[in-house]
Design a protein around this ligand. Structure first.
Ligand code: F3S
Length: 398
């Protein structure tokens, strides 16, 4: 792999140990994936920063790795394990707060933006079409490749960090235009009525195509929230890093299409929905915000809840950035008056909630996957409206 003389110097340790290690990671990846060179990036987003997940070993590694370096590009970080302003109210452990602070301090020190969110594109880190970037939150990677047309591989937290501090990434995979070509054509023959159904569609497509890039033909308008849910689900269930939709995504006209297509019918949806409905009566928590909600979703929730009261726990997770804007617009107070909680910096999966809840209703198929797998919850997925009706009733609404 070709390296510039500056990159060679970094690799020899002439710019310090931390940068040498970062460069070693990028060069090793480049060799594995047969990259011809490193390319400059404009943005990085780093996941894997929750103390619950990385523990003391991860914290020590980060402290050592980041010693004396600064990020070279706009860099943001994923949710951690704590809502720093509401951790007492949420019953979270003080030890976790201290440890999570230490992790966040490492990122502050290197110059990252402490957004603590998995929707960086709603929180000030929005690359342009054609930008090369290094992101490591899978749902955000699929969104940014597909919906925005920026170029990112599915990075790990460490490789995104190495890219952030060097401003470079190896040139392979989705950084090369021809690798962004759709390999399979999907025709959706049923009408989807709600963003949560795009999550179910992502599950169905993943089951059919594995991790191939799909070209999805579907009738009707698709809003940004639906694209976010589709991205999260394709990334979760199939490891799919991008998709194309005619007249919706920016690169839909750039490739020759596969001739054969696979149809997804209404019956396929009905069958898939069985996977998303566990058997339980009492609802402990309704969770909206996987991935973190944007302003439109908060506005809908606030308007829906105005003058009503929830009986179950209702958690809405978002970034600090969106929280501030929602607060100014008066949405937060409406949700709080109804008994809901708007939580920043974390989510139900990465917070150390222990066995506090057993049953969860959500509009997110990604949340379903992780709260079953990580939290051992029983889960049901339904539309945002039904989630809110369920929270108000305190029980599942048919
Ligand atoms: Fe974000 Fe947590 Fe879901 S990090 S994508 S809200 S599992």
């Amino acid at each position: 792999m070709y390296l510039t003389s500056d990159e060679e110097r970094i690799l020899r340790g002439e710019h310090g140990d931390s940068l040498r290690k970062a460069m070693e990671i990028l060069v090793a990846m480049g060799k594995i994936y047969d990259a011809d060179r490193l390319i400059p990036i404009t943005s990085a987003h780093i996941s894997g920063i929750s103390y619950k997940n990385i523990g003391d070993a991860g914290l020590d590694f980060l402290k050592d790795f980041c010693k004396g370096v600064k990020v070279k590009v706009k860099t943001t970080i994923n949710p951690g394990g704590i809502d720093f302003r509401r951790w007492k109210e949420l019953g979270l452990d003080e030890m976790y707060v201290r440890k999570q602070w230490e992790i966040v301090d490492v990122f502050k020190e290197i110059g990252a933006d402490i957004i603590l969110s998995c929707t960086p594109y709603y929180a000030g880190n929005l690359p342009k079409e054609g930008d090369h970037i290094s992101w490591s939150e899978s749902s955000a990677v699929t969104y940014i490749n597909s919906v925005v047309g920026a170029y990112s591989n599915r990075e790990s937290g460490i490789s995104a960090l190495a890219a952030a501090v060097t401003g470079r990434t190896p040139n392979y995979g989705l950084h090369i235009k021809e690798n962004r070509e759709p390999k399979v054509r999907i025709k959706v023959k049923t009408k989807l009525s709600d963003a949560s159904q795009y999550g179910v569609l992502g599950y169905i497509i993943s089951r059919i195509v594995g991790n191939m890039i799909p070209y999805i033909e579907i009738d009707g308008e698709i809003d940004d929230i639906s694209l976010k849910f589709l991205s999260a689900s394709l990334a979760t269930y199939g490891g799919i890093p991008m998709f194309h939709i005619p007249r919706v995504t920016p690169e839909w006209r750039d490739f020759t299409l596969p001739k054969e297509s696979i149809e997804v019918s209404g019956e396929d949806f009905d069958k898939a929905m069985e996977y998303f409905i566990d058997d339980f009566d009492n609802v402990d928590i309704v969770w909206i915000g996987c991935p973190h909600v944007g302003l439109d979703e908060i506005r809908f929730i606030a308007d829906f809840l105005e003058g009503r009261r929830v009986r179950s726990e209702l958690w809405i997770t978002t970034s600090r950035h969106i929280y501030r804007r929602a607060e100014e617009a008066g949405y937060i107070s409406k949700i709080v008056e109804a008994g809901g909680r708007v939580i920043t910096d974390t989510c139900v999966v990465v917070a150390p909630l222990g066995s506090r809840f057993k049953t969860l209703v959500t509009n997110s198929s990604k949340a379903c996957y992780y709260t079953r797998g990580v939290n051992n919850y029983f889960v049901r997925v339904t539309s945002l409206k039904k989630c809110l009706e369920t929270a108000i009733e305190g029980a599942w609404v048919e």
